[in-house]
Design a protein around this ligand. Structure first.
Ligand code: PLP
Length: 405
């Protein structure tokens, strides 16, 4: 693996100061910072070949279309999908889940059918299913969790039934960092012929994706969580499903023939890509995946594991600090609260020290309800962070505590 100083130099923003203090960025769960190569890829699009994709016969449009399709191939290879046709670009994880919830609902769901999610989901993997259930008269079932922040697998097996039409679960809890046992979840669902959607928003950047090995039916993620640009995401779907499902948006490029009487749709994956896609961001995402591959996914996972162990030990040693989410199977995210000190006060004081953490419910209100709390402080750590930064966080927290004493 590259030396940490070299890695950090790849990310220009990491060198900046906030309130005249070196920036310590621990909000990677919300969005990750971008390496120069991604910023350069975006600049290159706009300065040398920007032109709308798929529709032109001229040089710039050809170049743009080729770069967009090359990015699709990079995604295919990164997630190990069998075919490029199974990789649909969307606006992000939220866009992908809403799209599938709509199309799947239209095609397969009737009154009394059930969809299973877990208690650990981000709102993006709850609300679209609730909207679909409301439209179709279906029922949302929830896999409960224990106090370590893990799903209770036996309870999942109990609610998985003939009524279940789809299971949609996150790979990793954004609020607590828990890694879900998705292989077991998928195997159990498939044993009763139920398809599974995996929300990979917090899994993809920690090196954990191989859609063939997982055998998931759908896998979705956002570019901005894996060092890529905002406004781009991916919906992977097995060809069988994408062929059967109707499109979730209509417009240009997703059609074959349009008349006022009837419209036929384009081939996969274009059937699901209506209108002008965010092709510069897709190209930037391709560049981000190149970057991650260059650093090495195994090395990234190992480094993050080491940082998690270091941070857990450091923070656990602070009197009055309670960590939420203690699964043995976790990514490098630590959610915590300080005794009698509000999370917003903690977050705001840390901010003045140049330390960026996230405070609140992390778009996972049911997780907070489980613990009976209004939110947490979340430090989400990634491979470009350092032990010195974790020391600064620990020292910052001690200072917050001393200010309230
Ligand atoms: N799912 C999970 C687990 C997330 O952590 C997030 C974002 O934090 C989302 C879905 C939504 O992602 P986006 O806002 O990029 O669509």
């Amino acid at each position: 693996m590259k030396d940490i100083a070299e890695i950090r130099a790849d990310f220009p923003i990491l060198g900046r100061k906030v309130y005249n203090k070196p920036l310590v960025y621990f909000d990677n769960g919300a969005t990750t910072q971008k390496p120069q190569s991604v910023i350069d890829a975006l600049t290159e699009v706009y300065t040398t070949y920007n032109s709308n994709i798929h529709r032109g016969v001229h040089y710039l449009s050809d170049t743009s279309s080729e770069a967009y399709e090359a990015a699709r191939e990079k995604v295919r290879s990164f997630i190990n999908a069998g075919r490029r046709e199974e990789v649909v670009f969307t606006s992000g994880t939220t866009g992908s889940i809403n799209g599938i919830a709509f199309s799947f609902g239209e095609r397969y769901i009737k009154t009394g059918d059930e969809i299973i999610v877990s208690h650990l989901e981000h709102h993006a993997n709850i609300v679209p299913w609730q909207m679909m259930c409301e439209r179709k008269g279906a029922v949302l079932r929830v896999i409960p969790i224990n106090d370590s922040g893990e799903i209770i697998f036996e309870e999942y097996l109990k609610i998985l039934s003939k009524k279940t039409k789809l299971v949609s679960v996150t790979q990793v809890s954004n609020a607590l960092g828990t890694i879900l046992p998705i292989n077991k979840i998928i195997t159990a669902a498939h044993s009763v012929s139920v398809p599974v959607l995996i929300d990979g928003a917090q899994g993809i950047q920690h090196g954990m994706v191989d859609v063939k090995a997982m055998d998931c039916d759908f896998y979705v993620f956002s570019g901005h969580k894996i060092y890529g640009p905002n406004g781009i995401g991916v919906l992977y779907g097995k060809e069988k499903w994408l062929t059967e499902l109707p499109p979730f948006q209509g417009g240009g490029d997703m059609v074959d023939k349009v008349t006022f009487e009837k419209t036929t749709y384009n081939a996969l994956p274009f059937k699901f890509e209506a209108g002008t896609m965010n092709y510069p961001a897709a190209i930037g995402l391709g560049s981000a995946l190149d970057y991650v591959t260059g650093i090495g996914r195994v090395d990234i996972a190992m480094r993050e594991k080491e940082l998690l162990a270091y941070a857990t030990e450091k923070l656990s040693g602070i009197k009055g600090l309670k960590i939420y989410g203690n699964s043995a199977s976790k990514i490098s995210t630590i959610s915590f609260l300080l005794d009698k000190i509000h999370q917003y006060d903690t977050g705001m004081i840390l901010d003045k020290m140049g330390i960026a953490v996230r405070t609140g419910t992390h778009c996972a209100q049911p997780v907070m309800d489980h613990y009976g709390i209004g939110g947490t402080i979340r430090a989400s750590i990634c491979f470009y962070n350092t032990k010195e930064e974790i020391d600064s966080l620990a020292a910052g927290i001690e200072k917050v505590i001393s200010m309230f004493e």
